[in-house]
Design a protein around this ligand. Structure first.
Ligand SMILES: [Zn+2]
Length: 198
């Protein structure tokens, strides 16, 4: 695991980018506190860089801001690849706990707000390891509207009609535009998620 270094002012310096690592800083916040960009910490499990994870509700969504939202699960430690989780059994165990608890809370929120007659509770996740200057993170969100389009690993993505221009083949997707949740909606949502995750 790569640990951030302290720059002498209490801020954790990212080993790779040499900038302050926002995730290392956010890991220190208590549940209910807001990050610099307005996300809220909704759940934490574990207490050290070798066993801890936190979940944050984002102030923005690529779906419909009236109904959709996005949560990120992030390790306290400066992990840059999913394969590193395997080196720390408690971190692996707590990942299972935070993933299942957050998924369950997201399911309750979706279910409570479903239109009459709708029974499906669509939840999507997304995560990748690519950058060396950030923590791995897994996004959990209602899988619907523009953010819930078939993903490259889905058979339904492969079944899309293929178009061709002079340079390449391509398929059509709807554009995703991130929008902020209204203050009232965001506060109500974060309070509900925090209470469901207690
Ligand atoms: Zn970090």
């Amino acid at each position: 695991m790569t640990e951030g270094a302290n720059n002498g002012e209490g801020n954790v310096v990212n080993k790779f980018s040499k900038d302050n690592c926002i995730f290392c800083k956010e890991a220190l916040l208590e549940v209910g506190k807001k990050t610099e960009y307005g996300a809220v910490i909704i759940y934490k499990v574990g207490s050290t860089k070798k066993d801890g994870w936190f979940a944050i509700l984002s102030p923005r969504t690529g779906g419909d801001p009236k109904s959709d939202f996005s949560i990120q699960i992030v390790p306290f430690g400066h992990l840059t690849n999913f394969s590193q989780i395997d080196a720390y059994p408690e971190l692996a165990r707590n990942y299972g706990i935070i993933f299942s608890k957050v998924s369950s809370a997201v399911g309750v929120v979706i279910k409570d707000e479903l239109p009459d007659g709708e029974e499906r509770v669509p939840i999507g996740t997304y995560g990748k390891c690519k950058h060396l200057d950030e923590h791995i993170h897994i996004k959990i969100f209602p899988w619907r509207n523009d953010i819930g389009q078939p993903f490259t690993t889905d058979s339904s993505f492969q079944r899309k009609e293929i178009f061709k221009d002079a340079e390449e083949e391509f398929v059509k997707m709807k554009p995703v535009r991130k929008a902020g949740l209204k203050r009232e909606r965001f506060d109500q949502l974060s309070e509900k998620l925090i209470s469901l995750l207690k």
